[in-house]
Design a protein around this ligand. Structure first.
Ligand code: GRG
Length: 300
């Protein structure tokens, strides 16, 4: 990607890191072990795609509220909770995440479960409070409802995870594959875009187009994730590759092969860019378009 993209990405990423540091309880706050476990996973690395996306949408819409980092951080906390729980022995049973031992390997299963619970709960505490002020009360409530829907069931990540757990070994069904990923990965990416747009108070037309963009981005992200699981090294990936095939998971490469999956991801990004092009009103979507292209080419 070009230098300008990297600079903008790094600037937003550092805004995310600052917000996360500001938003989490200090690690020595009693009972310290849970706060250490929360911080361990949150600061283990990670691309911060969802929070950066939130801030990039806010920038595109000219929304530079000083407390916009809190809702962005909240979304990242929910994402981190989902990874901690996904790695548990009862789910994917992974030892490595973001290049480090998983939470339950370091803190034990009970603390990993509680760290995930605490991150999810803390996220809603942040969403209910920020941005502060009566003028944001209605928007905050809308966003809380949307984020809860995207993280939960039947229309969000928990539902997607349930379908994913039940899918192995099932007939290769493209409709089921798309449904799993729309819920498991897509819903949180979609809400990262929509939450920023709603807090920024954007108009309905722009919201619809940004939503179409976010849905394409979520799908392209997931197809790329499936491809990386088959092609990347453990060092680059920061987790164990090849797990999908090992667990007989329903994935895009399994259904379509690698070459066709790559073509599908390219086409999906092109659809997302078309949705962005339709946004008028002087909204600069260049950086959002670059994020979509980056998602295709990401190394991990
Ligand atoms: C436990 C309710 C519950 C849900 C878990 C997120 C998830 C659902 C499972 C993770 C397994 C997985 C590989 C999902 C596919 C895509 C995905 C969410 C990858 C991880 O997200 P990245 O690449 O991770 O943004 P980083 O580490 O960069 O934040």
């Amino acid at each position: 990607m070009n230098e300008l993209f990297t600079r903008r990405w790094d600037a937003l990423r550092s805004e995310v890191e600052d917000s996360l540091h500001r938003c989490l309880p200090a690690e020595d706050t009693p009972p310290a072990v849970i706060h250490r476990a929360m911080a361990y996973s949150v600061f283990a690395g990670g691309k911060r795609l969802r929070a950066v996306l939130f801030l990039a949408v806010a920038d595109a819409l000219g929304w530079r509220h000083p407390e916009r980092g809190e809702p962005a951080a909240a979304i990242e906390l929910i994402h981190t909770y989902s990874l901690i729980h996904d790695d548990l022995p009862a789910m994917d049973d992974d030892d490595l995440r973001r290049g480090k031992p998983t939470s339950h390997k370091v803190f034990g299963e009970a603390m990993a479960i509680l760290a995930g619970d605490a991150l999810l709960t803390h996220a809603f505490q942040l969403l209910s409070r920020y941005p502060d002020g009566a003028e944001y009360a209605g928007r905050r409530l809308d966003v809380i409802e949307e984020v809860a829907r995207a993280a939960g069931t039947p229309a969000g990540m928990v539902a997607g995870q349930v379908l994913d757990i039940h899918a192995p070994g099932q007939t290769a069904d493209p409709t089921l594959l798309h449904e799993i990923h729309r819920l498991k990965t897509g819903a949180m990416i979609r809400v990262s875009v929509r939450a920023a747009a709603r807090l920024a108070g954007t108009d309905d037309d722009t919201l619809v187009r940004l939503t179409a963009f976010s849905e394409a981005l979520g799908l392209a992200f997931q197809i790329t994730d499936d491809i990386l699981d088959e092609t990347a090294s453990p060092q680059t990936l920061g987790k164990t590759p090849g797990k999908d095939r090992q667990q007989d998971k329903l994935t895009f490469p399994r259904l379509y092969g690698l070459a066709q999956s790559r073509t599908l991801a390219e086409r999906t990004v092109a659809d997302g860019l078309t949705a962005l092009d339709a946004i008028g009103g002087g909204v600069d979507t260049t950086f959002l378009a670059d994020i979509a292209r980056f998602v295709l080419r990401r190394p991990h």
